[in-house]
Design a protein around this ligand. Structure first.
Ligand code: FAD
Length: 360
C-alpha cells in the first residue's frame, strides 16, 4: 500500500465551506490540502435546478477576500453565476484542491488522524470536515410511499418544469426550495404545495441579506448579555424572489396541510378524500454528510456531532464547517460561512500552539 501523505491540515469537501476554510488556512500559513469528491468545482451548486437563484444579491453572497462579481441588471445571482464564482475563487487563491477524491473514513492513528480515500491516504494533525448535505437528500417516511406508482424525485434531482408539464404534481416542503419549484411548476402543471404549517412569506423588501443581518444582531446581543428579542423571521422563511412573488400575485402560492398516506395512484387527505397524483417532488431538505467520520465514534444519535465552537468535543483534532446553525449561525450560507471558517482556523491555530495570525 502506498505511504500516506502528510499535511498539517486536511479539509474534506471543496464546496464553499472548504474553500472559505482554505482561504483562512492559507492566511494562517498552514500546510493543507482540500480533498473533494466532485469532478468539477462549485460543490453542490452545479447540480441545482436550472432556474435556481440566490435569495441575496451578489455583494451579500461573498466568500472571504474576493466579492462575488455583480450580476447584470438588478437580479439575484443564478446557479451558474455562483458555480463560476466558486471555480474562479479557487483559482484566484490557488487553493490546493484535489479532485475527484472521495474520503471513505477518518480514523485515529497515534497523535494524528488518518484520512482514507479512494485515491490513497493522508495523515494530518487537524481535519476539517466540510462535506455539506447535498449527497444526503432527506425524504420523510409517509405511509405507503413505496406503494405509490407515480414518479418521485427529491429537489436535488429536479432540473426544470418541462418534463412535468400537464401533470398533477405535489410539491412537498415549506422552505425556499419548495416555494421556488412550486412557483415555476404552477405555470405548466397542476401543482399543489404541501407544507406542514402555513409557510411564512417574508415582506417583499426582506431578502437573505436582511435575514443574515438579523441573525448577526441576535448573536451580538446574546454575546453582550442583552435580550435578543423574539426572532423576526429566519433563514427558512420564504424570500420573495421575483418568480415567487409573481406566483403569489397570480394566487398560485397557496399551500395545503399534508396528506395522511400514499396509495398506488395518489394520496389520501386527512378528510379521507383521494387525490390522483402523477408525481411528487420532495423539497424536504438534506442531512449532514458525515458517514466518513463514523469510525471516530463521534456521531450522535441525531446524526450530528457535538461541537464547541467548530471543534468536535469527542475528537479534538476534528473541526466541522458549514453544516448549519449547529456549526455556526448561518454557516450553511455563502455570507455566513466566512465567520464559521475563520473561527475554525483560529481554533486550529490555538490547538497547534501557533501564534495567532490576524484574520480580519
Ligand atoms: P456543498 O456545496 O454540498 O459542498 C460539499 C463538497 O464536499 C462537495 O463538493 C462534495 O463533493 C464534497 N464531499 C462530500 N462528501 C465528501 C467525501 N466523503 N469526500 C470528499 N468530498 C466530499 N445559500 C445562500 O447563501 N444563499 C442562497 O440563496 C441559497 N440558496 C440555496 C438554495 C438551495 C435549493 C439549497 C439546497 C441551498 C441554498 N443555499 C443558499 C445554501 C448553501 O449555500 C448550500 O447548501 C451550500 O452548497 C453549502 O456549501 P458546502 O460547501 O457546505 O457544501
Amino acid at each position: 500500500m502506498a505511504e500516506a501523505q502528510s499535511r498539517q491540515v486536511v479539509v474534506i469537501g471543496g464546496g464553499q465551506s472548504g474553500l472559505a476554510t482554505g482561504y483562512f488556512l492559507r492566511r494562517a500559513g498552514l500546510d493543507f490540502e482540500i480533498l473533494d469528491a466532485n469532478w468539477k468545482p462549485g460543490g453542490a451548486w452545479p447540480s441545482a435546478w436550472d432556474s435556481l437563484h440566490l435569495f441575496s444579491p451578489a455583494q451579500s453572497s461573498s466568500l472571504p477576500g474576493w466579492p462575488m462579481p455583480p450580476v447584470l441588471g438588478e437580479g439575484y445571482p443564478g446557479r451558474d453565476h455562483v458555480a463560476a464564482y466558486l471555480a474562479a475563487y479557487e483559482e484566484r487563491y490557488r487553493l490546493p484542491v484535489r479532485r475527484p477524491v472521495r474520503v471513505e473514513a477518518v480514523e485515529r492513528a497515534g497523535d494524528q488522524l488518518l484520512v482514507r480515500t479512494d485515491a490513497g491516504s493522508w495523515t494530518a494533525s487537524a481535519v476539517v470536515s466540510a462535506t455539506g448535505g447535498a449527497s444526503r437528500p432527506f425524504i420523510p417516511d409517509y405511509p405507503g410511499r413505496v406503494t405509490f406508482g407515480g414518479r418521485q424525485l427529491h429537489s436535488s434531482s429536479y432540473r426544470s418544469p418541462q418534463d412535468l408539464a400537464g401533470q398533477r404534481v405535489l410539491v412537498v416542503g415549506g422552505g425556499n426550495s419548495g416555494a421556488q419549484i412550486l412557483a415555476e411548476l404552477s405555470l405548466v402543471a397542476d401543482a399543489t404545495w404541501v407544507t406542514p404549517e402555513p409557510p411564512t412569506l417574508l415582506p417583499d423588501d426582506v431578502d437573505g441579506r436582511v435575514l443574515f443581518e438579523r441573525a448577526t444582531e441576535r448573536i451580538r446581543a446574546q454575546q453582550q448579555g442583552r435580550d435578543p428579542g423574539p426572532p423576526l423571521g429566519g433563514l427558512g422563511d420564504i424570500v420573495m424572489v421575483p418568480p415567487v412573488s409573481e406566483a403569489r400575485d397570480r394566487g398560485a402560492l397557496h399551500s395545503v396541510r399534508p396528506f395522511v398516506r400514499h396509495d398506488p395512484r395518489g394520496v389520501v387527505w386527512r378528510d379521507g378524500s383521494h387525490c390522483p397524483v402523477d408525481a411528487v417532488i420532495w423539497c424536504t431538505g438534506f442531512r449532514p454528510a458525515l458517514e466518513h467520520l463514523a469510525p471516530l465514534g463521534v456521531l450522535e444519535p441525531d446524526g450530528r456531532i457535538a461541537v464547541q465552537g467548530a471543534q468536535c468535543v469527542r475528537e479534538p483534532r476534528l473541526w466541522l464547517v458549514g453544516y448549519g446553525d449547529w456549526t455556526g449561525v448561518a454557516s450553511a450560507t455563502l455570507a455566513g460561512v466566512t465567520r464559521a471558517a475563520r473561527g475554525a482556523v483560529q481554533e486550529i491555530q490555538e490547538a497547534a500552539g501557533a501564534p495567532p495570525v490576524s484574520m480580519a
